[in-house]
Write a protein that binds this ligand. Structure first.
Ligand SMILES: Cc1cc2nc3c(=O)[nH]c(=O)nc-3n(C[C@H](O)[C@H](O)[C@H](O)COP(=O)(O)O)c2cc1C
Length: 424
């Protein structure tokens, strides 16, 4: 006879999804429990099964009512799962605090679940101390596209390779591009709209300025300067930009040249948490070890973020993934930003790869005005992936139309999917 503890331990190694099975009592009052024994049984007719302990209250109710609903839980439904498993003390009504819809059979369906099936019991099989309920599916719905909640080894989890809930966007090309073009008169308006829309904006690049020639008074500052960044060449320029209220200081370092990284590190004293350091040619396979080492050192120095540019779009999606899988955990808690090249037709594929590898911050440029991927393309991509971003897509696309960088039809497509970011 197998040892029960060993049996339980082996079964705990079996990873599963998590559902909430719901039904009703004789008075039509909703009841439910957490169950991971959900399984698909047949396609034609559509049948599913759940295995429930015979002594459970929900077991009796399903047997009596002949109906049940199965709600497939998402990664952010863990608290609901705990409540319906009786793991939260003092809960009188497990359903409270969530939004539910009543199905055709009377079973309750969780609005925030990934999907659900509504069933009528067609078989009850004896399964030792459990009963195997087989239900015919009378209705089914895919409610959300998100990652599932998982259960393994008595703990909750989720796939490592999931999309983040939220992403942020900055624009590092707009101001320079407008300054030097026929659109220069639009600069003040463009800066105001972009920053008010929730996009951090690089308002000045001081790297070419001579040391005593740094004039920050003609920078087109928006009313909220915390939404700005300034690219600087050295500590002195960083200091001046911070005195003017710049939100973030951007520095560039060459990971292949130790002196360059040392110079960046030595400029950080007292201001590290306001500094974003960009590592040139970060995805060059020849620089891999140097880049990882730089990421580790910059993170230890407490920089606000580390930017990895895919210079000239040279990296493959696989190279992006390979580097990020090591760099993201090394950088923690420092955020890694990515800059994708506008000339790279696979740039958005790499954005997706980066999102799945744990990067949630991106550099862009409105309408591909400079070398970064277009902000409106990124907003549209995030919207279709259900990754929220606190950016007013309507305002950004209206600006892009005004500046002639996108057409009205593109704008309609963008605006239809995004207002203030999509939510997951
Ligand atoms: C992740 C997880 C999965 C579970 N799966 C099942 C299951 O498939 N069958 C079952 O009978 N109990 C399962 N349980 C236990 C029930 O959820 C728990 O006993 C619940 O309190 C029963 O509710 P009731 O007493 O109101 O009927 C599971 C618990 C957890 C945490």
């Amino acid at each position: 006879m197998v040892d029960p503890a060993t049996f339980r331990d082996v079964m705990a190694q079996w990873p599963s999804g998590v559902t909430i099975v719901t039904t009703v009592d004789a008075d039509g009052v909703r009841k439910g429990m957490t169950a991971s024994s959900f399984s698909s049984v047949s396609l034609d007719p559509p049948l599913v099964s759940v295995c429930l302990v015979k002594t459970l209250y929900t077991h009796k109710l399903i047997s009596d009512s002949g109906i049940f609903g199965v709600n497939v839980l998402a990664k952010d439904n863990m608290e609901v799962a705990r409540r319906f498993a009786g793991m939260v003390k003092g809960v009188e009504d497990r359903f409270e605090g969530e939004s539910w819809t009543v199905a055709e059979t009377g079973a309750s369906l969780l609005d925030s679940a990934l999907g659900w099936v509504d069933c009528r019991v067609v078989h009850e099989y004896d399964g030792g101390d459990h009963t195997i309920f087989v239900g015919e599916v009378v209705a089914a719905h895919n409610a959300r596209r998100s990652a599932p909640l998982l259960f393994h080894s008595r703990g909750w989890g989720q796939f490592a390779d999931v999309l983040p809930d939220v992403a942020t966007i900055s624009d590092t090309g707009l101001v320079d591009a407008l300054r030097n073009s026929r659109l220069a008169p639009q600069l003040t308006d463009a800066v105001a709209v972009t920053t008010a829309a929730g996009v951090r904006l690089r308002v000045a690049d001081l790297t070419c300025a001579a040391e005593d020639d740094v004039v920050l008074s003609d920078v087109p500052w928006p009313s909220d300067r915390t939404m700005t960044s300034v690219l600087v060449g050295d500590r002195l320029q960083a200091q001046k930009a911070l005195e003017c209220g710049a939100g973030v200081i951007e520095l560039t370092a060459d990971p292949g040249v130790p002196a360059s990284l040392q110079q960046a590190l030595s400029s950080l004293d007292g201001i590290a948490d306001r500094v974003s350091v960009s590592l040139a040619m970060a995805f060059d396979p020849a620089l891999r070890e140097a880049v990882l080492e730089s990421v580790e050192q910059l993170s230890a120095a407490g920089v606000k973020e580390i930017c990895l540019p895919d210079t000239a779009g040279a990296a493959t999606a696989l190279e992006v993934r390979d580097l990020l899988q090591e760099a993201v955990p090394l950088a923690r808690p420092t955020a890694l930003r990515m800059r994708l090249d506008s000339g790279d037709r696979l740039a958005l594929v790499k954005v997706l790869t980066a999102l799945k590898s744990g990067v949630r911050d991106f550099d862009t440029a409105l309408g591909q005005l400079s070398h970064s991927v277009a902000v409106e393309d990124l907003i549209r991509l995030l919207g279709t992936l259900d990754v929220a971003c606190a950016v007013d897509g309507e305002a950004i696309s209206a600006l892009a139309v005004r500046l002639g960088t996108i057409h009205h039809t593109d704008r309609t497509a963008l605006g239809a999917r995004n207002t203030v970011g999509a939510t997951g």
